[in-house]
Unconditional design. Structure first.
Length: 134
């Protein structure tokens, strides 16, 4: 599973996510992770412990996400960007657990709700950074 996660995130968090709508960025990130979690049901349950033990995964994910957020909001101060990255990772983790926990009939709707929440958060933060640099 760890090897699968290590392979997954570089393919998910690619430079193409630096462009396009926030909704396409979020869907491009959530969809493959959710598919992986559904294929490996133990991932959502172990996600927190797994990432804590294999800290390099978190560091690599945060670094890639930082590049994407910086490209989308170049005026965002580093401390704000770090907070956005941490919260995005937390929202994705919690969302993946929710998506994987529902049965197949509810997965698409739950994923749509998770994506809506993350799009709203990121849209507000990225817009605020562009209009009100600190």
């Amino acid at each position: 599973i760890v090897a699968g996660i290590r392979e997954l995130f570089p393919t998910v968090l690619t430079p193409k996510l630096e462009r396009g709508s926030v909704a396409s960025f979020v869907h491009g990130m959530i969809d493959p992770i959710a598919r992986f979690a559904v294929q490996h049901p133990e991932v959502p349950t172990l996600m927190g412990r797994l990432f804590a033990r294999v800290g390099t995964i978190d560091v690599a994910i945060a670094a890639r996400l930082d590049v994407i957020v910086r490209a989308r909001a170049p005026a965002m101060p580093p401390s704000d960007r770090a907070r956005v990255v941490r919260l995005t990772i937390g929202i994705v983790r919690a969302g993946i657990q929710l998506i994987a926990a529902v049965g197949p009939a509810g997965r698409a709707a739950t994923q749509a709700e998770v994506e809506t929440a993350l799009v709203a958060y990121l849209s507000a933060r990225l817009r605020r950074s562009r209009s009100c640099p600190r």
